[in-house]
Design a protein around this ligand. Sequence first.
Ligand SMILES: Nc1ncnc2c1ncn2[C@@H]1O[C@H](COP(=O)(O)OP(=O)(O)O)[C@@H](O)[C@H]1O
Ligand SMILES: [Mg+2]
Length: 377
Amino acid sequence: MILPGATLGLLGGGQLGRMFVFAARSMGYRVIVLDPEADCPAAQVADRHLAAAYDDEHAMELLARECAAVTTEFENVPAASLEYLAARVPVRPGANAVAIAQDRALEKTFLREHGLATARFAIVDDAEAIASALREVGAPALLKTTRLGYDGKGQARVDDLDSAQRAFAALGGVRCVLEERVALQREISVVLGRGADGEVRCYPVTENWHRDGILDISLAPARVAEETRTHAMSMATAIAAKLDYCGVLAVEFFVSSDGRLLVNEFAPRPHNSGHWTLDAAITSQFEQQVRALCGLPLGDTRVFGGAAMLNLLGDLWHGAQASAWENILRQPGAKLHLYGKQEARVGRKMGHVTCLGETPELALESALRLKGELGIS
Ligand SMILES: Nc1ncnc2c1ncn2[C@@H]1O[C@H](COP(=O)(O)OP(=O)(O)O)[C@@H](O)[C@H]1O
Ligand SMILES: [Mg+2]
């Protein structure tokens, strides 16, 4: 067990890292953040910030020397850096799990090999492979780059061979996955913590709505059939077990309109759809990450009532609503979180609000009311 007072290393300095740092520090740990960007959200609140590249030798050496354990909040850290660190300190989750999660082709192949249902897909290595991939998958489809996509970026809609070829060129001619476009009944996710001893704690299933490819609202506990809930949790638990995972893992699912439960993707870290756990669960996903990393007993994931989380994107800042904060702060049951980002770009995640209610329906109602009041479409 790595006890409070120890120093933890964190790769990545975005908002997920910031919330990890808050959790770690409130439990008495120190945190060193590695992120190339000066003044990034986690660096603002960490004990120390190394502003260097993720493969900077000096930074790696320092993390290995100073930290009792290292985790990540960002899946695009080079696997070689994780392997270098892992030879000297516990790194959780491990390089193998991160390498799979950061590459859609590896991720989907992993799921298929383990018998976990996904949308139909085919890997497209070059322009010649497009036609056969499209025959295999069928239209309509989505073409996604295998690496570095997020918030719907690095994806294009495909309706026929011509649009598939144009999409492949527009995405830069890099390796892609062509995927069946699923008619969605809804989207759900499971966030879980898994300890080094294999113990798993799942949070209640969350319902998610996206706008322009970006998560807009998450609602927990999800209003889905008991069967869907347990099936999703058992699939997420199986993924974690097959990855021999230690840490917090988030699994996104599609429920198709013809009733299939399909794994979309997974993230080797806390997830936007688990932010509500900060205010509504006994243990937040970030505290769970600290506990799993340090070999502490996993925390209680129970929730009382319902929670609806509304993302606050940079667009809201351009509306220059001075009254926005006042509006949120006056709302009963609403909790405001801001990430300390200086530049409010359109579509950039700047913060979120969690609306608490006695039931998920009441929580959702108040999030939708707030959304209307803030003028978010
Ligand atoms: N195959 C698909 N069928 C239908 N909708 C999809 C599909 N893939 C992605 N989407 C929609 O786009 C969103 C973002 O896609 P996702 O693959 O999760 O990438 P990201 O890494 O950007 O989160 C999904 O949450 C879903 O709303
Ligand atoms: Mg996603």
